[in-house]
Ligand binder design. Structure first.
Ligand SMILES: *[C@@H]1O[C@H](CO)[C@@H](O)[C@H](O)[C@H]1NC(C)=O
Ligand SMILES: *[C@@H]1O[C@H](CO)[C@@H](O)[C@H](O)[C@H]1NC(C)=O
Ligand SMILES: *[C@@H]1O[C@H](CO)[C@@H](O)[C@H](O)[C@H]1NC(C)=O
Ligand SMILES: *[C@@H]1O[C@H](CO)[C@@H](O)[C@H](O)[C@H]1NC(C)=O
Ligand SMILES: *[C@@H]1O[C@H](CO)[C@@H](O)[C@H](O)[C@H]1NC(C)=O
Ligand SMILES: *[C@@H]1O[C@H](CO)[C@@H](O)[C@H](O)[C@H]1NC(C)=O
Ligand SMILES: *[C@@H]1O[C@H](CO)[C@@H](O)[C@H](O)[C@H]1NC(C)=O
Ligand SMILES: *[C@@H]1O[C@H](CO)[C@@H](O)[C@H](O)[C@H]1NC(C)=O
Ligand SMILES: *[C@@H]1O[C@H](CO)[C@@H](O)[C@H](O)[C@H]1NC(C)=O
Length: 403
């Protein structure tokens, strides 16, 4: 079974910082069952909805959550949406750019915010009628996405003044894949934009491991029957496998899109450079702590950055509409949900061009200013997570915001 599953171990490194936002109750979308829009294990998909308030009542932020709520169930015959409910007590925290506190999330704090949990293993793309007999799994991600959108339109999203689709990691890739489709749900007077956070998985055909990355995407496509689900404007130019790589998807997207990335994306470097079978102790200790990397390892990371930046640049140049981007050099993966990274900028020192990720995205979303910045001076991976002392970090964050 091949899934776009990203390791929680890496994400939990990020999560160690200031995450806490406000608590929101997780719900199951029971109405999805009648539409066959079910998770891998046949259970209804889960989401969490925090209603908007105040003067931004007409604004909607839909966030595609990376936590794969079904995989454990699929593996251990338990859990899924149910597992999500039990491990989190049916509650999930909305932090960072999903937070309801205006101090930490000045531009989007009083929006309607919806987190949709990823439980289909394919970035909400698959639509296979038959249950996979080998694993007893159902691949229906596209139907889950559609059923969720139907529900959001039912509760009023269609009248939005502003709408944002975003997601981190596999959710960032899903955002890229669904961006234009999301835009088409709204009136032409609605401002609709998308933010893909750490979802730019490079093919990097001339960089080591390209065959492995291609084989991985190929297996996802065949398991989930995605070949016919990808945009035809792309499949006419590339094989379906190559179509799933953002560098080949992003150029055709018509809706404004912002990319938040690290040029030393820790997930891509630690998991995708080599096949995951590279578990030599030396490499493992290096990807956990950069201090243990030798120059051979660092050279690999620098080569990755070179490939990443060049791919991103040419993707942007080839794009039909202008893109925003914030590309830093901290060895990291995932930003939007983390106050520390998105708002307090502890991740990137003082941000890029004096802006935090949250400021850059807010300014871009509301057309106050464009943002296209890459950290070019730093060509070595930086450890920006060493600031573990929570009170100190919290204080630094407040000073930074009030400054
Ligand atoms: C949110 O829920 C967690 C437990 O799931 C709890 O520890 C925390 O205090 C809650 N936070 C708020 C602000 O209620
Ligand atoms: C397959 O999964 C469904 C839904 O979880 C379950 O009801 C059924 O018993 C499973 N079948 C087998 C053969 O395990
Ligand atoms: C399945 O989840 C329930 C709680 O939802 C738990 O009590 C039970 O121990 C779990 N079983 C397995 C095999 O993980
Ligand atoms: C927002 O966070 C700040 C700093 O922690 C706190 O002082 C303030 O009370 C919070 N505002 C709300 C509305 O919770
Ligand atoms: C928006 O749509 C309406 C009709 O649905 C059309 O008359 C109008 O020209 C459109 N405006 C723009 C800016 O495309
Ligand atoms: C970053 O620094 C901290 C504290 O020294 C260390 O625990 C952590 O492993 C480092 N992370 C990386 C990826 O180097
Ligand atoms: C780094 O470690 C690997 C494996 O031990 C070794 O092959 C390589 O030569 C080392 N590189 C340097 C610059 O020491
Ligand atoms: C950009 O377009 C050029 C010319 O069509 C092409 O050679 C290049 O591969 C494209 N780059 C990407 C990342 O799609
Ligand atoms: C950042 O802000 C400081 C002080 O506000 C200013 O002196 C500096 O020129 C700014 N740098 C950039 C790159 O905008």
């Amino acid at each position: 079974m091949a899934t776009l599953l990203l390791p929680l171990t890496i994400l939990s490194l990020v999560a160690a910082g200031i995450v806490a936002g406000h608590n929101v109750t997780i719900s199951l979308l029971d109405s999805a069952i009648a539409k066959g829009a079910v998770c891998l294990d046949g259970i209804p998909p889960a989401y969490a909805y925090s209603p908007g308030f105040g003067d931004r009542y007409d604004n909607w932020h839909v966030f595609l959550e990376n936590v794969d709520a079904c995989l454990d169930r699929a593996r251990s015959s338990n859990g899924s949406s149910a597992k999500l409910m039990s491990t989190q007590n049916g509650i999930v925290s909305f932090g960072g750019m999903l937070d309801a506190n205006s101090t930490f999330n000045p531009d989007f704090y009083n929006w309607h915010v919806v987190k949709i949990f990823y439980c289909d293993g394919s970035s909400f793309m698959s639509d296979v009628e038959d249950v996979d007999p080998k694993y007893n799994l159902t691949y229906r991600g596209a139907r889950i996405y559609d059923a969720m959108m139907d529900e959001l339109l039912r509760i009023g999203m269609g009248n939005a003044k502003n709408a944002l689709l975003s997601g981190t990691s596999a959710g960032g890739l899903a955002t890229t894949l669904h961006c234009d489709k999301f835009q088409s749900l709204f009136h032409n007077t609605t401002r609709v934009k998308c933010v893909s956070d750490s979802g730019f998985f490079v093919h990097g055909e001339h960089f080591m491991g390209a065959d492995w990355r291609e084989a991985f995407f190929f297996s996802v496509i065949s398991t989930h029957g995605l070949a016919n689900m990808l945009p035809t404007s792309r499949t006419s130019k590339f094989s379906s496998t190559l179509c799933l790589f953002p560098e080949n998807l992003v150029p055709d997207i018509q809706t404004p899109l912002f990319l938040i990335e690290s040029a030393f994306d820790s997930y891509q470097i630690s998991q995708n450079v080599f096949s995951p079978s590279d578990t030599s102790p030396r490499w493992i200790s290096c990807i956990r702590n950069l201090m243990f990397c030798n120059w051979t390892d660092i050279k690999i990371m620098k080569d990755f950055r070179y490939t990443f930046i060049n791919t991103l640049k040419s993707t942007i140049e080839n794009s039909s509409s202008r893109r925003g981007y914030f590309v830093h050099s901290c060895y990291q993966h995932g930003h939007m949900e983390y106050k520390r990274d998105s708002t307090c900028s502890s991740l990137v020192g003082n941000g890029l061009a004096n802006k935090t990720i949250a400021q850059a995205v807010g300014d871009w979303f509301f057309d106050r200013s464009e943002f296209q910045e890459m950290d070019m001076p730093n060509d070595l991976p930086r450890n920006c997570t060493s600031f573990d002392d929570q009170p100190t970090l919290e204080k630094k964050c407040r000073d930074y915001i009030h400054h």
